[in-house]
Design a protein around this ligand. Structure first.
Ligand code: SF4
Length: 413
């Protein structure tokens, strides 16, 4: 196991074996269930949370309250925040102190030590290197921002996305200004859901939102300028509506439709994608007819009860299936942006519902993302007694459609 001392130094302790968590269940972790910690992942020391390990002799679970090397306290549990393209299979395990505050919106993956390095419980679900940290060149990004601002001086989206790149380090905005892969097209200041873990707007005082929501609706011209510049300069380019710095794009579907028509009047290259909560099927149908190529539906669950508890939607759950149907009717590509939470996503009823949804909606691909939320907060919020699951790694193997982490380029013409 690994733990942190009172100064935040993270160290391994051979005396206890690594233990992880799936839902409410603790699991001793063998090395075969781990991978080396991927480059670009972050390490978090978790305040007011005690590390948990396994006594190999007795098989007992041990909660570490003091540093085994010097007998001093306090000591803290640690977790990894995986870099992109990796899906967590277990959550970090800890004993929470009664005074513990809710953790911010990150995914807390189990961390351990093996041989000469950190290991974590994850699988790589996408071979695309588009967000691998050492592929970003900030020199090129800064130069890109300078050129875009010079060439498109009155395009408000350029200024907004420059802030996303320089302020948040958003990989989509970095890729845009570095002239590669998938470019972002944020458009919507509003949303018809109130996700508990919304990353662009938080009203709860438990945790802040990592990004600020866009405050204006760009013109179709501004959107098309960004999209065309990216599509015309990048091979197999993807441009995507529905980013972490906005609300729900379908709320401004008419603007998006005009932008797509503008783009498609100039070129049939590239993939135009929509990341969405898929709440408005008729609007989806309009965008598909206008030239939208692919749609990605965000969901934490294919069970209405679990979905509604998290999304708190102002629409019916079956809108998701209807929106998928509208896209498939026109032969378009549909994927799920599945917020994976070990112990919930792979629980018997959840896994069965997911398979049914994929089957009945004609889903082409599952993007296995990690749900960024305090595990204790999420499970308490769901308030369900959830039996032990089959394991995330096995679920990923069992789902019979394309797997990934990013929106793929779709060759349509
Ligand atoms: S659908 Fe997106 S923008 Fe809307 S509340 Fe959920 S995370 Fe936030």
């Amino acid at each position: 196991m690994v733990f942190a001392d009172s100064s935040g130094n993270i160290m391994d302790f051979e005396g206890l074996a690594m233990v992880a968590r799936s839902g409410d269940y603790l699991h001793p972790i063998g090395v075969e269930e781990t991978i080396s910690l991927p480059r670009g992942s972050q390490l978090y020391v978790l305040p007011d949370r005690y590390p948990i390990g396994l006594d190999r002799e007795t098989g007992e679970i041990v909660i570490l309250k003091e540093n085994p090397y010097d007998g001093k306290g306090p000591v803290y549990a640690v977790a990894s925040f995986l870099c992109a393209a990796h899906t967590n299979t277990y959550v970090a395990a800890w004993e929470r102190d009664e005074n513990a505050c809710t953790l911010p919106l990150y995914a807390y993956t189990a961390l351990g030590w093996w041989g000469d390095g950190f290991v974590t419980t994850a699988v790589r679900t996408d071979e695309s290197m588009r967000q691998d940290p050492d592929t970003f060149d900030m020199g090129k990004v800064e130069e890109g921002i300078r050129i875009w601002k010079h060439d498109l001086p009155d395009n408000r989206l350029v200024t907004h996305l420059a802030h996303c790149a320089q302020g948040y380090g958003c990989p989509a905005a970095l890729n845009l200004f570095q002239g590669r892969e998938e470019g972002p097209l944020p458009t919507s200041p509003s949303c018809n859901a109130r996700c508990v873990g919304c990353i662009s707007l938080q009203t709860s005082c438990s945790f802040p939102s990592p990004q600020q929501r866009i405050t204006f609706i760009p013109e179709p011209r501004e959107i098309a300028e960004i999209a065309l510049r990216h599509i015309m300069s990048v091979d197999e380019a993807v441009v995507s509506f529905g980013q972490g710095c906005e609300g729900e794009p379908l709320m401004v579907a008419d603007v998006i439709r005009e932008a797509i028509e503008l783009i498609r009047s100039k070129t049939d290259k590239g993939t135009i994608n929509l990341n969405t909560n898929a709440s408005l099927p008729l609007k989806v149908a309009e965008l598909a007819r206008a030239g939208l190529d692919s749609m990605r539906i965000s969901m934490n669950s294919a069970r209405k009860e679990t979905y509604n508890a998290y999304f708190r939607p102002q629409y019916e759950f079956n809108a998701l299936t209807e929106s998928a149907y509208e896209m498939k009717k026109l032969g378009k590509f549909v994927s799920i942006n599945l917020f994976v939470f070990p112990g919930v996503t792979d629980a018997p009823k959840e896994a069965a519902a997911l398979k049914d949804f994929i089957d009945s909606s004609g889903i082409d691909m599952v993007q296995w993302r990690n749900l960024n939320i305090d595990p204790d907060f999420y499970l308490e919020m769901l308030g369900q007694k959830i039996p032990s699951g089959m394991g995330i790694a096995r679920l990923i193997e069992e789902i019979p459609v394309r797997r990934g982490y990013f929106n793929p380029y779709i060759k349509t013409r």
